[in-house]
Design a protein around this ligand. Structure first.
Ligand code: ARG
Length: 457
């Protein structure tokens, strides 16, 4: 393809280090779509004849059919997917195939192909997120009243509702979705027609190719267009942040599924057994989601480091952009699918959750709040009094609401029998009805809002 000025061919090492076909063959659909759009435009502009354009287009369709049927051949001598397609096209069409590359370089070609691939990956991620979001809302509605301990420092803090806890992840994933959507809007420009770096002397219609390939407009600066990989980094950053949320959710499922917690039974379909310990149900899928987050973040770092020192315009380092993006895309798609299934099909052990919420003096704040409200005691003092009550309950081996009035009176005689209304976990969550709070009435409102948001998006 470029042998004209060389006396000798590349060494075996050169061929091997140069070859991207083992991975960039994943771009064959985009490459052929890009070429078809390009040749149609060249014909309309009178740059190639209608007859040649038709022969080339027919040939490209034949190549596509062959790849669909047999896969893409891997010949290192042909370097990459662009040369591989063109070489086969030349066999089919003859010398006229050589007109396809008029006013084009592999630099704008690969930038265009890769953008289209990343665009589709973004769209897939959004659909994957939507499935998790729907599962979260459904389970949150089902468990708007289910009481569990809320934690800080993984220490029992205050009772919360499971619905509220699940909707926290709804918020996170909703932000992730907006990051992918935002990336999608920003990458909606077509590099094709930027040629090698400086544009071209041919009279192209870049709006036509942009439109044919589903982009809003052509890119504005040819140097930027061939050297920009922001679209891929945007995608990877969005995927990283999403994977981090999925990893946190996975981590909670892992903890909850452990025997000391026993808050959840993971679906059989997403658990594995042990080859030696027959009783085991291992949360492997959740652990791999947690593990994959590390790999996805690694992919992001990889591409950022590839790009950070590159002068304008194209450098071959940029060929290394694809493996991390392909890897991360596979991992985030799988992680989203696994977590959608886990949320939808897990069985929450609501009795265990409630028992745990009742066990850790989770309503201590409610006692302090009650003292503030009923006895007009400053919060700091109320906190101290409550601490003494917790200490007594601990020494007696009972929960806070297991203390009698006779126990409480000596601690502070402003306490009366009405306090017991505040000390149950039900009263505690019902009281937290502030906007965004954990009360079932709030959770139901949040579910309603979430559903109408999902319908609109
Ligand atoms: N395989 C190359 C890549 O993925 C295509 C562009 C090559 N351009 C060049 N001037 N060598 O980046």
């Amino acid at each position: 393809m470029w042998g004209g000025r060389f006396a000798e061919g590349p060494s075996a090492i050169m061929r091997e280090i140069n070859a991207s076909i083992p991975f960039d063959k994943a771009l064959w659909r985009e490459d052929i779509a890009g070429s078809r759009a390009h040749v149609a435009m060249l014909a309309k502009q009178g740059i190639v004849s209608e007859a040649d354009a038709r022969a080339i287009d027919d040939g490209l369709q034949q190549v596509a059919a062959e790849y669909e049927r047999d896969g893409v051949p891997e010949d290192w001598d042909l370097e990459d997917i662009h040369m591989t397609v063109e070489a086969r096209l030349t066999e089919i069409v003859g010398p006229a195939a050589g007109r396809l590359h008029t006013a084009r370089s592999r630099n704008d070609q690969v930038a265009t192909d890769f953008r289209m691939w990343v665009r589709a990956a973004n769209t897939r991620a959004i659909a994957g997120i939507d499935a998790v979001l729907r599962a979260l809302v459904n389970r949150a509605e089902e468990h708007a009243d289910t009481i569990m301990p809320g934690f800080t420092h993984l220490q029992t803090a205050q009772p919360v509702t499971l619905g509220h806890h699940l909707l926290a992840y709804f918020e996170m994933l909703k932000r992730d979705r907006s990051r992918f959507a935002d990336a999608l809007a920003r990458m909606d420009e077509c590099p094709l027609g930027s040629a090698a770096l400086a544009g071209t002397g041919f009279d192209l219609d870049r709006d036509m190719t942009a439109q044919a390939l589903g982009f809003a407009r052509p890119t504005r600066n040819s140097l930027d267009a061939v050297s920009d990989r922001d679209f891929a980094i945007d995608y990877l950053v969005s995927a990283s942040q999403c994977s981090l949320h999925l990893s946190r959710l996975a981590e909670e499922f892992i903890i909850w599924a452990s025997q000391p917690f026993g808050f959840v039974k993971l679906p059989d379909t997403l658990s594995t057994g042990s080859s030696i310990m027959p009783q085991k149900r291992n949360p492997d899928a959740a652990e791999l989601v947690r593990g994959h987050a590390g790999r996805i973040i690694g992919c992001t770092t990889s591409l950022m480091i590839t790009m950070k020192g590159l002068p304008l315009a194209y450098s071959k380092d940029m060929q290394d952009d694809k493996p991390p993006v392909f890897e991360a895309a596979g991992l985030i798609d799988l992680s989203l699918a696994a977590m959608a299934g886990m949320v939808a099909d897990s069985t929450f052990q609501t009795a265990r959750m409630r028992k745990a919420a009742e066990a850790g003096h989770a309503t201590a704040t409610d006692l302090a709040d009650w003292l503030v409200r009923q006895a007009d005691i400053p919060f700091r003092e109320a906190h101290h009094i409550t601490g003494s009550a917790v200490k007594l309950a601990d020494s007696k081996g009972v929960a806070l609401d297991g203390l009698s009035l006779d126990d409480l009176k000596p601690i502070d005689d402003r306490i009366d029998e009405r306090v017991f209304e505040a000390l149950s976990v039900d009263a505690s969550v019902a009281a937290r009805a502030s906007y965004g709070g954990t009360a079932p009435i709030q959770v139901r409102q949040q579910v309603k809002d979430a559903r109408s948001w999902l319908e609109k998006n």
